[in-house]
Design a protein around this ligand. Structure first.
Ligand code: DGY
Length: 386
């Protein structure tokens, strides 16, 4: 009997590796001599670096950088090495995330991605030849201008002075001086891992969709969208790249668009990238059951979240496998998942309880639920009796 355990993290309570271990503890009570393969997963957002470092036995580096309001913080990024690549995995939220700000400080007119650029620079100093930018959870709407300022680009106003940092300053941008851009950027492969396909501007753009959560009022959203539109026009004049409407360019407040303009980055669905780096395709071969999961499963899961990616990969060339999702909560609109190879979805919460309590007990709840699913599998088929 072979089980593949490929959950995402359960945000705020379990890393993907801890979740996979809890699943294994539960199932191994019923199947003590089964083969268990753990594949900690992520879909491009928070937890991506952890999952990739765990999957490929990499390491974390901590660097002193600036948060979205330019306070000094310690932030970390992952490093993994294989025969072709020495890869730095940089999560935008690590240095430029919402987590650094309390509600009153959230203001995408002034927050900057400068710290993310500092992490990239630190990784370049370590000698990486590939950088994965894991998108999501940013507190910013500056189109990645702060990130590239940290990497030597100068964003100037009509008098040739640097514009103020943040999405508010971009309205005054007149020219971009790239003469001091870090030359190492040209030799590094950039990959943007994202789970959203929003463009930089417009109705579905960075400002309209994500800035309200970062503290923007409706008036600020309007200003931010105008400023990003202007920024994208100036970027096009100076880099030759038109990123305004590119799918995904609006992720992390348009940082992805900035990375597309200043580098030769390609954008990939986060879950596909993690699956590839973690070699999920090789690991699911011959699996009788593949378990996946994350904190919440709902209609959004079908748009590229980890359980969807795992279900697709597990079923490829393996039509007899069963895919089971175990999750902290089940929302509306999950039916589509049954059409893409998911066999069953279980909530692990034992009853009505506060979110705090559910998060606190996540490991034990996950373990108990997978144990019970294991009992069902055992009862289900004589062939699985050990
Ligand atoms: O960081 C953000 O803006 C959102 O998570 C979408 O990428």
């Amino acid at each position: 009997m072979k089980f593949v355990l490929a959950p995402d993290s359960f945000k705020g309570s379990l890393t993907a590796k801890q979740a996979a271990s809890a699943m294994q503890r539960g199932l191994s009570r019923i199947f003590p001599s089964a083969e268990f393969i753990q594949v900690p997963m992520a879909d491009g957002g928070a937890g991506t670096a952890q999952s990739l470092v765990d999957a490929r036995h990499g390491e974390f580096i901590t660097a002193e950088v600036n948060d979205p309001l330019m306070h000094t913080i310690s932030a970390r990024y992952g490093l993994i090495k294989d025969s072709h690549y020495f890869t730095g995995i940089i999560e935008v939220a690590e240095a430029s995330g919402l987590g650094y700000l309390n509600d009153d400080d959230r203001n995408p007119l002034i927050t900057t991605t400068y710290g993310t650029g500092q992490l990239v620079k630190d990784a370049l100093d370590k000698g990486v030849n590939r950088i994965i930018i894991a998108i999501g959870g940013s507190a910013t709407n500056d189109g990645g201008a702060g990130m590239f300022e940290a990497l030597g680009v100068r964003f100037l106003d009509s008098k040739g002075n640097p514009i103020p940092r943040g999405g508010g300053g971009l309205g005054g941008l007149v020219s971009i001086d790239m003469s001091n851009i870090d030359p190492r950027l040209a030799d590094v492969e950039f990959v943007i891992a994202t789970d959203v396909a929003n463009p930089m501007v417009g109705e579905y753009g960075a400002s309209a969709v994500f800035a309200p959560n970062k503290g923007a009022t409706p008036e600020m959203v309007e200003t931010l969208d105008q400023n990003l539109t202007h920024y994208a026009d100036v970027l096009q004049r100076f880099t030759g790249k038109d990123i305004k409407d590119m799918p995904g360019s609006g992720s992390s407040g348009g940082l992805a668009g900035g990375v597309m303009a200043f580098t030769n980055a390609h954008i990939v669905r986060g879950v596909d990238l993690v699956a590839k780096v973690a070699k999920l395709d090789e690991k699911v071969v011959g699996a009788d059951y593949t378990f996946t999961g994350e904190g919440m499963v709902d209609y959004q899961t079908q748009y590229g979240k980890t359980p969807l990616g795992v279900a697709i990969e597990a079923n490829k060339g393996n039509p007899d496998t069963h895919v089971i999702i175990v999750t902290g909560g089940i929302g509306d609109g999950i039916d589509e998942l049954y059409n893409v190879g998911v066999d069953a979805i279980f909530s692990m919460t034992p009853g009505a309880m506060s979110l705090d309590k559910a998060m606190q007990d996540a490991a034990i709840n996950l373990e108990r639920t997978t144990e019970n699913i294991g009992r069902l599998i055992k009862v289900d088929g004589e062939k699985y009796r050990e």
